[in-house]
Design a protein around this ligand. Sequence first.
Ligand SMILES: C[S@@+](CC[C@H](N)C(=O)[O-])C[C@H]1O[C@@H](n2cnc3c(N)ncnc32)[C@H](O)[C@@H]1O
Length: 147
Amino acid sequence: MADLVLPDIEAYAAACSLPETPVRRALREETERTMEYARMMVGPLEGAFLHVMTRLVRAERVLEIGMFTGYSALCFAEALPEQGRVVTCEVDEESAAVARRFFAQSPHGRQIEIRMGPALETLAELTGPFDLIFIDMGLSPKRKCSV
Ligand SMILES: C[S@@+](CC[C@H](N)C(=O)[O-])C[C@H]1O[C@@H](n2cnc3c(N)ncnc32)[C@H](O)[C@@H]1O
């Protein structure tokens, strides 16, 4: 895939951003190594941006639609106060299994609630408000559809 951002600009942005935590890095590397659709994951730079945004708005409740292996969910959780929570929606069990394994290795994993099933059904069961909502629902590799 062609680079969308000039390498110099990417390097500058990376140098000005918070570094990737060890758990996030291990999760990203395993996803890249083992998951066919790894490019769906936000990268370290976008993850750092999501993390800073969460802090800027002092979010305590975050809703994510489209968890995949959990990289972005972890970026949110690491930015939350002790009582903060991420609710994240996913349909694909194989992706969720990877996420659960890495959430268990993070002190912030207990702040993440995974809701399995089509997001439209999950949304109908949730009670707001949420301070920040991230809609990142690409195609599900197995379902070939996103609704
Ligand atoms: C672009 S990926 C999410 C990437 C993730 N935010 C990250 O940064 O690692 C989109 C995810 O949405 C999931 N998905 C697709 N349709 C869905 C639906 N109707 N309900 C819940 N999840 C869905 C897919 O299985 C896929 O894992």
